[in-house]
Each structure stands twice: as structure tokens, then as C-alpha cells.
Write a protein that binds this ligand. Structure first.
Ligand SMILES: Nc1nc2c(c(=O)[nH]1)N[C@H]1C(S)=C(S)[C@@H](COP(=O)(O)O)O[C@H]1N2
Ligand SMILES: [Mo]
Length: 242
């Protein structure tokens, strides 16, 4: 698991034992201490090595396909009958939506890339679901609304967006990806997809959206990654000299 060794922002592979996860979290913290720039430089050296890995282990993580990231070893599986999305906070009409409720709202499809800040990328992924801005229009924003806090239903991961970012036409509450329902490992039944930002903004197992008056930095953001995670323009990637 080289990604963990170089202190990347994710752990990969499921299932993993609790000790492994805790170890990787410690290494992740070391990575932040090392500095995001140094960490990426190291990763650029290691990635080609992984591709020529004589052990064949790297075949487990083919280039150009998704890796499953989770900061916890396991997340409860929620089926169509049990899933709920709570939308509350600075809204006129707080709602708790079932999967059927979400499916009844207008569905929007996008074909866009998915890119993790650690370097792996999947091109042309089909996504569909409810535009976040359609959902926000449905519940109605109070005048003091400025930002959103997202929470995963297992309670372990949070994310944030400003209201301006959240109302872009390429931010989806995704019910489908890769031409099927969002699988459990990809954060199903419902995850966020923030097309213009690195993968850590696309919270999996979405359980709650709270409309708030200011941004509250998410899980990886309190660990050193940029809150405004624009692909190519954040985390030192726009002017990286290494
Ligand atoms: N709940 C939750 N959402 C999460 C994460 C996580 O650990 N937990 N990891 C993030 C990161 S760093 C990435 S790159 C993507 C990975 O999505 P995937 O597992 O579908 O490839 O999920 C993001 N959303
Ligand atoms: Mo990531």
C-alpha cells in the first residue's frame, strides 16, 4: 500500500482492519507534517515504480480506474428502503428525503472526470442524480445562508461547499455513476459529486446536508488540504516547482 506509506489523503482497498486504518491515519498525519509539496514529489517518484511493480501487487490498483477510499474500515450498508437524506439548517422547508423522493426530483446527467488529489484519475465517468441546486431550491434558502456542511451517514466524514460552489451546474447529489446505481463501495446509495474539485470534496454515503452561515472545513481540510479544492488550482498544483 504505497499510497499509505507516502502519507496520502486516503486509505485504499476494502475491507481493511482497524489497525491498518489507524496506522494509515498516523502515516497520513505524517504526510501532512512532511508538507503536501514534498509528499507529492515523493509520490511522483513512487507512482512509476508502482506501475512496474515486480510483485504484481499494483495490478490490484489498475491505472485509470477507481480506487475505493474510506477513512473508516466499514460503513453500514443502506438499501433503498432504509436510506434517508436530511436537509436542514438555514432553509425554509427542512426535509428528510427517501431514495424514492430523490428519484422523483428532476435527474441530471453529466460525463466528467474524477480525480483524487493523490494523482489517480478516471476519465469520462457518467454520473446522474439531482443537481444540488435543484434540491436547495426545493427546500428554499434563508437570506443568511452562505455555505453547506455535508455529513456521511456513518458519522465519520464531513465536507463543505460555499453556496456559490454548491449552486454550480456541475455539482450533483448522485444516485447513479458508471451507468448503475452508486454502489456501496462508491458511497451508495447516494454520494455527492463535485465535478470541478478533487475527489475528497465528493463525500460518499451522504446522510445530511446542513445549510449554514459559514464554511466549516471538512475531514481532509482540517488535515491540511485546501477547502476550495479546484482541480489543478489548489493544493499547490497550479505553481508546483517540483
Ligand atoms: N464518506 C467518505 N467520503 C469520501 C471519502 C471517505 O473516506 N469517506 N474519501 C474521499 C476521497 S479522498 C476520494 S478520492 C473519493 C474516492 O471515491 P471512490 O471511493 O468512489 O473512488 O471519495 C471521497 N469521499
Ligand atoms: Mo482522494
Amino acid at each position: 500500500m504505497f499510497t499509505g506509506v507516502v502519507g496520502s489523503e486516503g486509505s485504499e482497498g476494502t475491507p481493511v482492519g482497524r489497525r491498518v486504518v489507524l496506522g494509515m491515519l498516523a502515516l497520513g498525519a505524517a504526510g501532512v507534517a512532511l508538507g503536501a509539496r514534498a509528499e507529492r514529489a515523493l509520490q511522483r517518484v513512487i507512482d512509476p515504480l508502482r506501475r512496474r511493480d515486480p510483485t504484481g501487487l499494483s495490478d490490484l490498483v489498475p491505472i485509470g480506474s477507481f480506487r475505493y477510499y474510506s477513512v473508516t474500515a466499514s460503513v453500514p450498508r443502506l438499501g433503498a428502503a432504509d436510506y434517508r437524506l436530511r436537509v436542514h439548517g438555514l432553509v425554509d422547508r427542512p426535509r428528510t428525503l427517501t431514495l424514492a423522493d430523490l428519484a422523483q426530483l428532476r435527474q441530471t446527467s453529466l460525463v466528467r472526470d474524477f480525480q483524487c488529489v493523490t494523482g489517480w484519475r478516471v476519465d469520462n465517468v457518467p454520473w446522474s442524480g439531482v443537481l444540488l441546486r435543484d434540491l436547495l431550491a426545493d427546500v428554499g434558502m434563508r437570506p443568511t445562508a452562505r455555505a453547506l456542511t455535508f455529513r456521511s451517514f456513518d458519522g465519520s466524514y464531513t465536507e463543505s461547499l460555499t453556496l456559490d460552489q454548491a449552486t454550480r451546474p456541475d455539482v450533483l447529489v448522485a444516485l447513479r455513476m458508471l451507468n448503475g446505481p452508486v454502489s456501496h463501495d462508491h458511497g451508495g446509495p447516494v454520494r455527492l459529486y463535485v465535478a470541478p474539485m478533487y475527489g475528497y470534496k465528493s463525500i460518499k454515503w451522504l446522510g445530511e446536508i446542513e445549510v449554514v452561515d459559514r464554511v466549516s472545513p471538512g475531514y481532509w481540510e482540517v488535515r491540511g488540504y485546501d477547502v476550495d479544492g479546484w482541480v489543478g488550482r489548489s493544493n499547490g498544483r497550479d505553481d508546483d516547482p517540483v
